[in-house]
Design a binder for this molecule. Structure first.
Ligand SMILES: Cc1ncc(C[n+]2csc(CCOP(=O)(O)OP(=O)(O)O)c2C)c(N)n1
Ligand code: SF4
Ligand SMILES: [Mg+2]
Length: 347
């Protein structure tokens, strides 16, 4: 007599989807590229947070990093823009449909060189969006030239040293108006997951600069964006945990050891003190900490700055609650009387 064994029930998240529903195409990036690890974390976090993938709109520019949205959230909307133009395209899409969850994934070249102007204006506007910079210090796709985030004195494989000071996208983010600013390392799974989950619920622009080594062009001795350099110079600001609003977990606290940031939906970022006391809501302190790290050659990681009070561009524009894109024609077309009134004023 043969017995049939029922297959084990499929593991699903709180909206009934499997992790498979959050994957994308198979990566064509180099094995070991930091960008692949970031894609993995995006898949895990959106699955664990139970975000419907079709609510997400992915934006990118041009580069190995900008190719990566093809490798996660295959059921989401996606727009692969011209080099450095993801912020403008993302801004337009999010303003047209405020129900979308914007996720931009770009590179350091895309953001800090050709797209710098676009990035700056996105920061000023505090567009509700997750903006991940896969930062390897080089233009990976065009064979490893220094990018604007390459550190002064860091060396190419050929031995050529970078003679220009680095642009710090976190510093720029804080200065110009992003409201959640963090740095992480593609090799630090736990830290990046906590930051990404916080960014998913944040109402405002979350800029996450992730050091993501390019194994083909920038992972040698003399590079400051290599796995080995990050192993020795990563200086986490705090140990991070993220407690989503749908999970009622109480965190045991020792006085002075733990600080919490409560997000708009009631989720919490739990920041456990490591060494120095650090308050990420203090803008001046955040700027100072980044300057100190540059001077000492350390890479500060963790939540660097958080402001949960600043209005987003959508609030500032006083947009209606429904997405503009789905408003019926009678609500977007001015009446003949309104047009006549305008014409009368111009007379
Ligand atoms: C308008 C324009 N200028 C230049 C290029 C050439 N180009 C393609 S990708 C790239 C840089 C990519 O670097 P980064 O954004 O850091 O991505 P990575 O490949 O390192 O992940 C450049 C300069 C282009 N595609 N379009
Ligand atoms: S060239 Fe560098 S950045 Fe591009 S896929 Fe390969 S390792 Fe990644
Ligand atoms: Mg790059």
């Amino acid at each position: 007599m043969s017995t049939t064994v029922a297959p084990p029930p499929k593991k699903v998240n709180r909206i009934g989807l499997e992790v498979l529903n959050y994957k994308g195409a198979k990566s064509t990036l180099c094995a070991g590229c930091g960008h692949n690890a970031i894609s993995e974390r995006i898949i895990e976090c959106f699955y664990e947070m139970g975000i419907p993938p079709w609510r997400v709109a992915k934006f990118s520019g041009i580069g190995c990093s900008s190719k990566s949205p093809a490798y996660f959230l295959g059921l989401s909307h996606g727009f692969n823009a011209v080099h450095g133009r993801a912020p403008a395209v993302g801004t337009g899409a999010i303003l047209a449909n405020r129900n979308l969850l914007g996720l931009t994934v770009t590179g350091d070249g895309d953001t800090a060189s050709i797209g710098l102007g676009q990035f700056c204006h996105m920061l000023r506007r505090n567009i509700p969006m997750i903006y991940i910079i896969e930062d390897n210090g080089v233009y990976g796709l065009t064979k490893g030239q220094f990018s604007a985030t390459a550190d002064l004195g860091s060396k190419l494989k050929t031995g050529v040293a970078n003679e220009l000071p680095a642009m710090d996208c976190c510093l720029l983010g804080i200065e110009l108006g992003a409201t959640l600013v963090a740095r992480s390392f593609s090799g630090d799974k736990r830290q990046f997951q906590a930051i990404l989950k916080a960014a998913i619920v944040h109402q405002g622009l979350a800029v996450i600069d992730v050091v993501s080594p390019c194994v083909t062009f920038n992972d040698h001795e003399g590079s400051t964006k290599s796995y080995a350099y990050m192993k020795d110079h990563d200086e986490p600001l705090q140990q991070l945990d993220f407690v989503p609003a749908f999970e009622e977990i109480s965190v045991e606290m020792e006085e002075g050891e733990v600080r919490e940031i409560t997000m708009h939906d009631g989720s919490r970022i739990v920041l456990r003190k490591l060494g120095k006391d650090y308050d990420p809501t203090d803008k001046m302190r955040a700027v100072q900490a980044l300057h100190e790290a540059t001077q000492s050659g350390h890479v500060l990681t963790g939540v660097i700055y958080a402001d949960t009070g600043r209005p987003t561009f959508i609030d500032q524009l006083n947009l209606v609650d429904e997405p503009l894109a789905t408003l019926p024609e009678e609500r977007v077309r001015p009446s003949q009387a309104a047009l006549d009134e305008i014409m009368e004023e111009l007379r």
